[in-house]
Design a protein around this ligand. Structure first.
Ligand SMILES: [Cu+2]
Length: 123
């Protein structure tokens, strides 16, 4: 019985040692990092045009406003994901993008129509 316990401990220790290696393998670098922020006042993003490379990209959204906002991506009516809606602060999301011209916008009702949108060019 003691030998079995010792074996279990060795196997567990091995698994724990393997974890950091798995962690680095899973945390592959995003193809590109897309940074965008919502301005402190007015329903506006800090830019009307964003650029990225096709692949698994990291979307970094900073909301400088006390109003809640998000950043979503679409081509026509097809959604490609985006961030959750947040108050002041920042959040990230991983999005898989192909080459093309996307509309980035805030999906909080009325915000896109008020001007919270722009073009994301993925090449
Ligand atoms: Cu918004």
């Amino acid at each position: 019985m003691k030998k079995v316990s010792a074996l279990v401990v060795v196997v567990l220790a091995g698994a724990l040692l393997a974890l950091p290696a798995l962690g680095t393998a899973a945390a592959t670098k995003p193809t590109s990092v897309i940074k965008v922020s919502a301005l402190a006042s007015g329903l506006k993003f800090n830019t009307k045009v964003l650029y990225a490379t096709a692949g698994k990209d990291k979307l970094v959204f900073t909301n400088l406003s006390t109003l809640h906002h998000n950043v979503r991506l679409e081509i026509g009516e097809t959604e490609f994901g985006g961030t959750k809606t947040i108050g002041k602060g920042s959040t990230t999301a991983i999005v898989t993008l192909k080459k093309g011209k996307y509309n980035f916008y805030c999906s909080v009702p009325g915000h896109e129509d008020a001007g919270m949108h722009g073009t994301l060019i993925v090449s």
